[in-house]
Structures are given as C-alpha cells and as structure tokens.
Design a protein around this ligand. Structure first.
Ligand SMILES: NC(=O)c1ccc[n+]([C@@H]2O[C@H](COP(=O)([O-])OP(=O)(O)OC[C@H]3O[C@@H](n4cnc5c(N)ncnc54)[C@H](O)[C@@H]3O)[C@@H](O)[C@H]2O)c1
Ligand SMILES: N[C@@H](CCO)C(=O)O
Ligand code: NA
Length: 820
C-alpha cells in the first residue's frame, strides 16, 4: 500500500473540518485508491462517552442528555453531507449504534460500576460512529471505500485502556484483510482493537496514531500522514514564541526529545512500529492542506540551523540530595532511583556534578511532598549518620530543552545558549546534557520561561537579527528626533548591525502606551495620543517588568528629576537604561554608586554619553582613557551649548532675551532655560565627569559663580524669567563691553583640578584655547598623564536635537551590538 492517512479529533470535529477531510481524501483518491485512512472520534465525543459512563454508574442519574448531544452531532453531519434520499439508511445505522451504546450504559447503571473493560467498550462508539459517517458520505459520493472495524484486525492483550498489540497475530490479519479488499480505500476506526476473546480494547495515549502506525508497518507503506490542526511540528510553542516556525524535517530521535518536553503534536511512542520500519511520518494541517508540514524520518535533509527545536515543561520541582557521605560511595544513586521507580515517580532530568557531593533531579511539583517523604524514610539512616545533609526541593521552576542532532557537529552550542541567557539576566538553576548531545536542558525560574524561550529561539534561529525592545519615556524634542532617526536607519541596522529596534512602549507626561508586539515607529506619536492611557510612570514600569521581554532598553528622554529613582529597579529586572537626562548621575553620590554597581552586577548597560557635550564623544573617550590606565590631572571646558551660543551671538545693541529665545527655539536650552542660565546644567556635567574619573564629589562641593542678576534667578516661572532677562539687557551689555574693551570675549568655563570644581564666567583673550568658538559649540580639554604637555581636546556642537538624539541612538545601538 502507498500510504496511510490519519485524522485526529479536531479534524473530525465539525461540519467545516469534515469538509476539509473529505476534500483531502477525494483529492488523494483521484490518482489512486491505494491508501487507507484512520479516524479518531469527533472531538469531545470520547469525553462525553466517559462522562456518560461515570454518570451511569451513579444512582438516580440520567445520561439521556449526553446521548442526545452525541446523536445530534452525528445527525447534523449526515444532514449536511448526505442527500435526503440517502439519509434514512445511514440514520438507521447510527440509531442502531446509539441503541447499542444505551445498552452498555444500562449495564453500567445496573451494576453501578464501570470497569476498564466496560469503559473501553463504551468509548469505542466514538470511533465507530465517526468512521462510519465518513464511510457513508464517501460511499454516497461514489468513492471505492470500505469500512474497517479495527477490532477485526488489531489484536491485543487484555490490559484494558492501554492494551498491548500482539503483532504476531495482528500483522497477518491486517495484510490478509487489505489483500481481500485490494483496489479500495479502507476507512479504519482508530484507537480501538480487541483481545483474543473478541472483547473491545483500546490502545491508550496517542491511540489513533498508533493504529495508523501499526497498520502502516504491517503493510509496509511508503509514508504515514498524521493530519492535525497545526502546521506540523514547530521550532517552539507558538503561543510562547511568536516567531516560531514549522520544522520541515526532523529525525525520529529529535521528535522523541521534543515531544518528551512539551510539543504535543505527535506522541512518538505511538509511532514506534513505523519508526522501526523506517517509514517516514508527515505531520500535516487539515486546515491548511497545501502546506508541506513536517516529515519525521530516519534520514535528515540537512537543516540550516544548529538546533532543530526548543521545548519546555512549565512546572517543575528540583530535588537536591547532598552530603559528603555520598562521595565515592557506590550505590547512593542506584538506591535513589530504585526508590523513585518503585514509587512510580517519573524523573524528568538528572544532573550530578563529578564531585559526587550532590545529585539533583527534576520531578513534577505535584509529587514533591511524596518524594520528600519517601526519601526521608529511605535515607533516614544516612541522614542520622550525617552522610546525607538534607533534601532540598525547589519549586516554581521550568525546564527548557534545546534539541538537535546538529549540536553534535558544532562546538560552542552550550556557550551560546548560556551566554544568551546570561546577557538577559536569566539565572540557570541546573543543567543537563546527555552524551548523545541531542538535548541540552536548562532549569530556570518559571517567571523567566517565556523570556528565555524567546531569547534562545532568537539566538539559534534568527541569529542574524537581534530584536531590541525599546521603552521610550519622554517624547519631546529629543524623544521625537530619536524616533525619526531610528526610522531612517531601520534598514541599515538590520543589514549591517543585525539589530531590529522594536518600540514596545512610549510615554510622555500625558499619555503612555505599551504594546508587546511593537508600535509602528512612524505612527507612535499618533497612537500614543489615540490609544494611550493616562500617564502613570509607576504603572508603566510595573508593566515593563511584568512583560519581562528579552533585550529590553529603557530610554529616559525626559528632564524629570524623579524618574531616575526607577533605574535601580529596572537594572534589577535586567533592563538597560539609556538617557540624556543628567539627574541620575548628578544626584547624591551613594545613589549614583548604587546605580552603577547594580548595573555592573546585573550585566546590564547604563549609557549616558549625551549627559555631557550632547553627541560629542566625551564620556566614551574619558572611559577609554581610564580603562587604559591614564590618570586625569585636569578637565576644563565650555560645557553649555546654550551659554556658548549666548556669548557667541550676543553683541551690544542686540537683545539678550532674543538671543536666549533663539537658543531655546533651536533646541539648545533645557526644557526650563533657568537650568542653563543658573549654571546648574554645567555643574551637573562637570560633576558627572568628576565621578567618571573616580572622585566622590557631591553637588554641594561645587562653587558656581553666578552670571545672572538675582531677580532673574528668583523668577518663579519660565515666562517671568524671560521678562526679568529682558529687563537685564544693560547688565549683559556691560559684561560684554567690559570684556571687549580688553580685546577679549566672555566664556562660561568649568574646571576640575586637584579634586576641586570651579565654574564661572571668564574673560579670555585671543591666546586662550577657548577664545575661538562658534554656534552652540562645546569644548572639553583633558589634561592627563599621557596628554600632559598638550591636552586632548574635543570640540563641536554640544546641544541641539539632532546631535543629542544621535548620541542616545548610538548608545542604543551599542547595547544592541553587545547583545548580538
Ligand atoms: N536639548 C539638548 O540639546 C540636550 C542635550 C543633552 C541632553 N538633553 C537632555 O534631554 C532630555 C530631554 O530634553 P528635551 O529637550 O527633549 O525635553 P522636552 O521637554 O522637549 O521633552 C521631555 C519629554 O518628557 C516628557 N516627560 C516629562 N516628565 C515625564 C514623566 N514623568 N513621565 C513621562 N514623560 C515625561 C514630556 O512630556 C516630554 O515629552 C533632558 O533631560 C535634557 O537635559 C538635551
Ligand atoms: N541645555 C544643554 C543641552 C546639552 O546638555 C546645553 O545647553 O548645553
Ligand atoms: Na557626549
């Protein structure tokens, strides 16, 4: 015979699905009749039958409603597919079967008990009904079909509910039966069989697949098709990993490993007879029949990936047995696993270090109390003697298995696996790798499961592209410009850096929006307005943490003074922070130190190049010098773009207020320009630089020489401030004139030397290195041990939306490169 098709319960579940099943069979029938089809019961029917059985065994209960439900579902199929003239005969046959079913239930009701034997007889009606219906429909359509009650050809022992097939008797029966009906399509009841006495038995878990496999093996078919409701076996559970895709080809051994840990599309043990005869199994989708699905076979067609798939068990407990008395003592593990076997406790994974000091193994958490009791009893003597110190059971864990024959040929697979988890702060509680190198298993905390699956999936299947999840808080001047810049670089980043930035959250002071699947960058502001909720920063951050997405970056593009109190929690949740906001790094030193230490300890990034000199490479350069062992002697510079612009542009006769307004309009000033004019902004920057070189200075250690009249400084609002500035024009004219009279210019200079910071307005002549400035230029001179005679100077535009956003962007990309 050419092949066997098998349709599961969902394929036989409704009018629509049966429509697809019929179409698939008819299309196969066009070219040949040399195949057979195995059917499960209509979905839900087996459960209804079992329920009816349980009910029937109770006094004074009625099963009529359940039987009617079952009957009606089958009648509906008849009415839909069979022409009226042909219906009565089919309906009559279904009635006969249902009456027989009623008799079985009556029997159960009489003795008030349901044995595995009666249960098997009861559930057999599901497959008998579904298969008969499809037989009747196809027969009326004129296809050469015959109905096969598998009880006539599959013989088992009498272990009801999970009977074992007697192949010696079965195989000749199958070949003879199909030989007699050669040239016709056999439609076979799945799941059911019979014992030597002719009593109905069932084949246990994966039953109908087993039927297909037993018949296929007996007839030596070329392929077995398992039709289900998904596109074959996937690289990961698509409910947990959105980017999971169908595995085109997989080996029997890999399929075993994957399904052992989850992927429940097929149950490989039930396909054993076919495996043994090297018959390939193809897993196909009834609802997407043209899709090629997955072939499970001995031969591999060569996957482009190192691994084949990932699966997991969500709930797991880890038992750890430890003690010095276990070292070198033969038999502890033998005893342990004998006990577990005796108690029928299934062990999911085992790991023992070569020190032999401990053995750890994973079990279903529902049996953890039992395991503890059993072990405490069994090892009581060893525990009293102190040879075994204790039994530790950890719950709320999950296990992930990375599976693939390809791992044998590649080195560095576990390195890749562990480092990808490590970079995302996922703690590995235990690991196990079989010497077959077919499966590496890692036990992790349950809360990290979805994140870990996604990280691993991306690492092995999309290694060319790393998705960064970006949460942008602050969609003002810098935030908006950043979004525009990202849009412009999407293609470049994907192609040359292997990075995709997915905007997962955005907020401004009014609204916030989080979308796990990502927010279209060019629609982000509109969507924030349209779909956003009222801003609640604490709630926003709680949601980010709960989402627990891999490669997450929080970009703080606000000037908010409190937001940084959230950074610590973000770091602890393995979320990196990128920010132009200077408040965190210029706050109390203890907090500053705690933030930096936490980020370092958690392996996440805290990047803030734009804190000083906007996009100019000030912080990175400084860090490079420090890292390479240079020593700083002096840092001096013009660190305010706004003040630089003011003193470059303002000339007597001009309005100082107008020049300041122009600076604001050009995006140089802080959202509140009082921060710039008061010297606060410069003070923050030089303090940040001092901390970068290792000084423990506080804001209060800085002396700021004032440059604006007290009235300006005292102005309560930004508007009032501008009014005061306008009134102070003479004051500023005099400052400039006095300086110009000496042939000099005014420069607002910050200086760090001998652990002291001074900031003030200086009048400098043409010989001074800061004399020649333009626009909103910053200049920073580092005098160090190495750059001693002539300082290292960084100079250029130090404020403005484009240069600042690009500095923030570069920090984000640098995190991407670190993760990729
Ligand atoms: N302009 C520059 O040249 C420059 C250079 C370097 C650094 N920076 C820094 O960049 C940051 C942003 O500056 P900007 O000019 O874009 O400011 P902005 O006022 O234009 O934008 C700030 C944004 O933050 C939002 N915001 C404020 N508080 C918030 C909160 N609690 N929750 C959510 N959103 C909140 C606002 O709604 C706004 O969208 C500042 O920290 C500034 O110091 C600016
Ligand atoms: N307001 C700041 C922006 C850069 O940090 C300045 O004028 O320098
Ligand atoms: Na910078």
């Amino acid at each position: 015979m050419e092949k066997i098709l098998k349709f599961g319960g969902t394929s036989c579940g409704s009018i629509e699905s049966i429509q697809s099943v019929l179409a698939i069979i008819e299309s196969n029938g066009k070219s040949s009749s040399d195949f057979a089809v195995v059917f499960s019961a209509m979905s839900g029917v087996t459960n209804h039958l079992l329920e009816a059985g349980t009910l029937a065994a109770q006094p004074k209960s009625t099963v009529n409603t359940l039987i009617e439900t079952i009957e009606t579902r089958h009648f509906e199929v008849i009415k839909h597919f069979i022409p009226v003239t042909g219906q009565s005969q089919v309906i009559a046959h279904v009635r006969t079967l249902v009456n027989e079913l009623r008799d079985v239930l009556k029997g159960i009701n009489l003795i008030k008990e349901i044995s595995p034997k009666t249960s098997d007889a009861l559930v057999s009606f599901g497959e008998r009904l579904s298969t008969y219906l499809i037989f009747a429909i196809l027969q009326q359509k004129g296809l050469p079909v015959f109905y096969v009650d598998a009880r006539e050809i599959i013989k088992t022992n009498s272990t009801f509910s999970h009977s074992e097939v007697d192949f010696e008797v079965t195989n000749p029966l199958i070949t003879a039966y199909f030989e007699t009906n050669k040239g016709k399509i056999g439609l076979v009841t799945g799941f059911i069989a019979s014992n030597a006495k002719g009593e109905t038995t069932t084949l246990g878990r994966g039953g109908s697949d087993y039927t297909a496999s037993v018949i296929g093996a007996a007839l030596g078919v070329k392929e077995i098709e398992i039709w289900t409701d998904v596109d074959g076996m996937m690289t990961a559970d698509p409910r947990k990993v959105k980017s999971a895709f169908t595995i085109p080809s997989i080996s029997y051994a890999e399929a075993m490993e994957l399904t052992h840990f989850g992927a429940k599309v097929i149950y490989p043990p039930s396909l054993q007879p076919a495996f043994a005869k090297n018959i390939p199994i193809r897993v196909l989708n009834t609802f997407n029949p043209s899709f090629a699905g997955t072939v499970v076979s001995k031969e591999l067609t060569g996957s482009p990936y190192i691994i084949t798939g990932i699966s997991s068990i969500d709930q797991l407990a880890l038992v750890n047995l430890q003690g010095s008395g276990m070292i070198g003592v033969a038999g502890v593990s033998a005893k342990l696993f004998t006990v577990l076997a005796r108690e029928k406790i299934s062990v999911v994974l085992i790991s023992q270090a070569s020190s032999e000091h401990s053995i750890c193994f994973a079990i279903d958490p529902s049996v953890s109390d039992k395991v503890r009791k059993v072990l405490e009893k069994e090892f009581a003597a060893e525990m009293v003697a102190g040879d075994i110190e204790g039994i530790d059971i950890q719950k709320e864990l999950s296990v992930i298995a990375v599976v693939g024959e390809g791992m044998r040929k590649h080195t560095g697979v576990s390195g890749k696996l562990f480092s990808s988890l490590g970079k995302n702060g996922i703690n590995i509680v235990a690991t196990a790798q079989g010497s077959s190198e077919l499966n590496i298993s890692v036990v992790i905390e349950k809360k990290d499961l979805s994140k870990a699956l996604n990280v691993i999936h991306e690492t092995f299947f999309f290694s060319q592209i790393k998705t960064l999840h970006l949460y942008l808080v602050g969609a003002g001047l810098i935030g908006k410009t950043l979004l525009e810049q990202i849009i412009g670089q999407e293609h470049y980043l994907a192609k040359y850096k292997g990075i995709k930035i997915r905007l997962t959250g955005i907020a401004n002071s009014r609204k916030q929006l989080i979308k796990e699947e990502g927010i279209e960058l060019d629609q982000a502001l509109r969507l924030l307005d349209l779909d956003g909720d009222t801003t609640d920063l604490a709630g926003f951050i709680t949601k980010i943490k709960a989402l627990n997405l891999p490669n997450s970056i929080f970009a703080d593009c606000t000037a908010n003074k409190e937001i940084y109190t959230n950074y610590l929690g973000l770091f602890q949740s393995n979320i990196s922070v990128v920010t132009p906001n200077k408040v965190a790094n210029s706050g109390p030193y203890d907090l500053y130190a705690q933030l930096h230490q936490t980020a370092l300890a958690k392996g996440v990034k805290f990047l803030y190049e734009t804190n000083v000199g906007a996009g100019l490479p000030v912080i990175n350069t400084l860090q490079g010098l420090i890292a390479s062992g240079d020593r700083f002697e002096k840092i001096e510079g013009i660190l305010s773009g706004t003040l630089s612009f003011l003193f470059n542009q303002f000339k007597p006769g001009k309005s100082f207020g107008e020049v300041l307004r122009a600076a604001k309009q050009k995006g140089y000033t802080e959202p509140d320009p009082r921060e710039d004019l008061s010297g606060m902004d410069v003070a923050r920057k030089i303090l940040i630089l001092s901390r970068e070189i290792g000084l423990k200075l506080e804001f209060s250690d800085i002396t700021i020489e004032k440059i604006i009249p007290t009235a300006c400084e005292a102005a309560p609002t930004v508007d009032a401030f501008f009014e005061e500035i306008d009134k102070a024009n003479d004051f500023f004219e005099k400052l400039v004139n006095d300086s110009a009279a000496k042939g000099e210019v005014l420069r607002y200079i910050a200086c760090l030397e001998d652990q002291k910071i001074t900031i003030g307005l200086r009048s400098v002549g043409p010989a001074h290195p800061f004399y020649q400035m333009d626009g909103a230029d910053n200049v920073i001179a580092f005098t160090t041990k190495r750059y001693h005679d002539r300082p290292l100077v960084i100079k250029g535009p130090g404020a403005g939306a484009e240069v600042t956003a690009s500095g923030v962007f570069a920090d984000i990309v640098s995190i991407g490169s670190h993760l990729a």
